[in-house]
Design a protein around this ligand. Sequence first.
Ligand code: MV4
Length: 449
Amino acid sequence: MYSRVLIANRGEIALRIIRACKEMGIESVAVFSEADRGSAYLELADQSYCIGPAKSADSYLKIDQIISAAEISGADAIHPGYGFLAENSKFNEICRDCQIDFIGPSPAAMDQLGDKNQARNLAKRASVPVVPGSAGLIEDDSEALRDAKAIGYPVLIKATAGGGGKGMRVAESEKDLLNALQQARTEAGAAFGNPAVYLEKYIGSPRHVEVQVLADHAGNVVHLWERDCSTQRRHQKLIEESPSPTITPDVRRSICEAAVRLIKNAEYYNAGTVEFIVDPDNNFYFIEVNARIQVEHPVTEMVTGIDLIKSQIQIAAGEDLQFQQADIPLSGASIECRINAEDARNNFRPCPGTIEQMYVPGGMGVRFDSHVHPGYTVPPFYDSMIGKLLVFQPTRDQAIEKMLRALSELRIKGIETTAGFLATVVQLDEFRQGKIDTKFVERTMDQWY
Ligand code: MV4
């Protein structure tokens, strides 16, 4: 096992990883930008290093600075968290060249899955359903017109280098197609340096269901059931839960088996998430693989009792999985609300600033993963999530009541947060009834909140 792990991240996930290291008897090394200097959680790490100015591009994305900190501190491994360099295969490779273990999948797996068209082909080879679409990348306009006609409108143009909702364009009919194609290519070229696109049938109001997997270096692959992330707004997840209230036990079984099949075909190791969309007829389709730990991983920890960060570290250090599929129960119901420093009433405008007072909810079945505290200043340079409020209960109805109680206890003075907005969402009949899809927040909230 490692003696020392460097955490190439900040905020709540850095703290989450420090906690796992501490419990495993591993020393933790934190890095911070000038904007995060003096952040209280840094005190909980065994060492900490400044890696540059506030802007991410000058600090948390600076590969050479992070590698230097790892070498100076004597770290055996780097945990990238999520965002920043977590899915950067070049960083992953540089870690390998420097004989520092990267806690995550191989650079090759990352490259393959980072290309959505390749990932889609992998799914097909693994007999995992994909949305009906083009055979591969679109070469020219005539191919696009032919493929779109065969697929049937509306079609969705997707950038192969995209993901997470970036680089997509809907074409409602043939007359829109060539313009949309041109726009999608230009956008993808500018955003990702790769203009290549493919086509899929457009699924109107899908649900977002993703399956957590763990895979070791010996080829063992297990799933840890699914999370439902349909409660989102403009591709920003607001609430995540496990199990999904929108699928039947039959769909659960087959979607989880499909995820394992795909990962087995990918020579993948460490933690990963296989993302699907589910249509109104309960057909599920593979969308992409997230080759990292995700923000919403704690809901899975709550319903399985498995610590995903510890599992990632054990796998990276070469340990085989200590459990088989049959040893991974799904019990109870967990919900997570992302607490953001944003003003929901003003189009979710970020609200950095100093937290003057705060009261954190607690009690049975409540978990708050956060690095903030009274006196903490939320810097304006990074994403606005300041914590994740989780609940765990035997049933979803009870989890909803618990969440409402916990949200009502959470007090943060000095900055605006999304806590009140989330309470409104959780109380909606549609949410309570589990009638959620990716359009549900827009449909219900945007008109009157
Ligand atoms: C789709 C789709 C409809 N049809 N693909 C958006 C993020 C990326 N991970 C995949 N996404 C979608 N792909 C087809 N063929 C609708 C979405 C989508 C979506 C998916 C998951 C969660 C939220 C979403 C919000 C809007 C659109």
